[in-house]
Design a protein around this ligand. Structure first.
Ligand SMILES: [Zn+2]
Length: 143
């Protein structure tokens, strides 16, 4: 604790102390106060973004599951960017097909041309891009 500096809590006006590394910069000394939680900035942010976060999550959930050639499939978008503009995976009962996005086009990691043709006929690209856009929008809430 740095005794040279002191700060008052915006909520309860109690004295605040400096948090440890990885905690809030300032933590309230009043145990009854919400800012006495060492993670209060994250919690306050979560509370603020929760409605929008849930709204986007509902849209994602509605688009995640789909039927391809009478087979149910599930879309998973990778939240870490490791290739091009983003990537993901399509889970169809016995196989997983990875894909990535580049400048609005979807590239599939499969040699099965028939499957790719049926993806294109189903407008799967647009569907996957929409899930990806929503996922990015959701992630941007934390920034
Ligand atoms: Zn306080």
């Amino acid at each position: 604790m740095n005794t040279l500096q002191s700060k008052r809590c915006e909520i309860c006006n109690s004295e605040m102390y400096e948090g440890e590394l990885g905690e809030a910069w300032w933590i309230c000394s009043n145990k009854e106060c919400s800012r006495s939680n060492p993670n209060w900035p994250t919690e306050e942010l979560m509370k603020k973004i929760q409605p929008k976060y849930d709204e986007i999550q509902n849209k994602i959930n509605n688009l995640k599951a789909l039927i391809i050639e009478k087979i149910s499939a599930e879309v998973e978008i990778h939240t870490a960017r490791w290739i091009a503009d983003g990537s993901g995976c399509l889970k169809m009962h016995d196989r997983k097909i990875e894909f990535y996005f580049k400048e609005g086009i979807v590239y599939y990691f499969t040699d099965n041309q028939e499957l790719i043709t049926s993806f294109k006929e189903q407008n799967l690209d647009e569907h996957l891009l929409e899930v990806w856009r929503l996922t990015m929008e959701q992630l941007s809430l934390f920034r």
